[in-house]
Design a protein around this ligand. Sequence first.
Ligand code: UDP
Ligand code: MG
Length: 322
Amino acid sequence: MSEIVRTLPARLDIVIPAYNEQECIGEMIDALHQGFQVLGDAIALRVIVANDGSRDRTEAIVAEKARTHNVLCVSLTRNFGHQAALTAGLDHADGDAVIMMDGDFQHPIETAIDMVRAWLGGAKVVLGQRNMKGKLPLMKRVTSDGFYQLFNMLSETKLVTGVPDFCLLDQAVLKVMQSLPERHRFLRGLVAWSGYELTVLPFPVTDRRAGSSKYGMRKMVQLALDALFSFTTSPMRVMSRLGLASILGGLFYFVYVMARYFFVGDLIQGWASVVVLVLVLGGIQLVFMGVMGAYVARTYEEAKGRPLYVIDKVIEGSTKSS
Ligand code: UDP
Ligand code: MG
């Protein structure tokens, strides 16, 4: 493993998206500052709260904490959604590493500390993975499992199952995230897409400490759609395949009908030609829609503006003459 030279203390930013979290956020900031003391002087902690248009006392509580703790509050004008809030927080982070975690104690502080330990040991990306033995509601478990399976089937970028937006990113990975201009963001996917080696830490599932979930069914479906649409174009290719199947079906049917005509001769006049025409013409249309889809997919790839590659390191030979 490469040698890590880092000035002490290392700067760690913890980004917390918060939408109407007045019951939890103050306690969370205290608990983080207290919990991270176990790492002693190794870490200088800053908590970045991305206040996602809360209409309760979240901002006032965070501002109050900022007097005594190293806290940055980034308040958005309205509720832009979890992924946008996380992005706002990441854009304001500049530590040697950054952790994203929820503000309701569902992502344990002990796991966050273990993530930092793994990072100090050389890991670049550390993901928290829900330990399914915990008490995730059945509905959420089924929809979440189904989603990960569908995503991994359709997308070239593969997700680790049961990994929410609870992770640590090294500064190098943070910079990649900050450089991505795309609008419909699915951060888990983008972290996986960045290609860095992933270290996975399981954590137990617990109920949120107070308040209620801000992720209704509508927001969850929206996130799943954003994820699928921004990481897959394969559904478009299905059109061409269906079209080809239809043309082939039409041609086979034509051969079958001709054979019957010559050898049996029991056909209804006009029926066969209509069926063959419908199948072949329908097929041709689908194939061309697929071709158009391929152009649309490429335009979409360009519009996302993701970089073509991410460089890990460059090693240069020392053959230069002095
Ligand atoms: N959140 C947010 N904006 C939203 C919805 C949620 O910033 O529009 C935050 C929320 O305050 C919490 C985190 O995202 O810190 C996860 O949300 P929640 O706990 O409600 O989701 P669940 O754990 O129920 O899936
Ligand atoms: Mg929660």
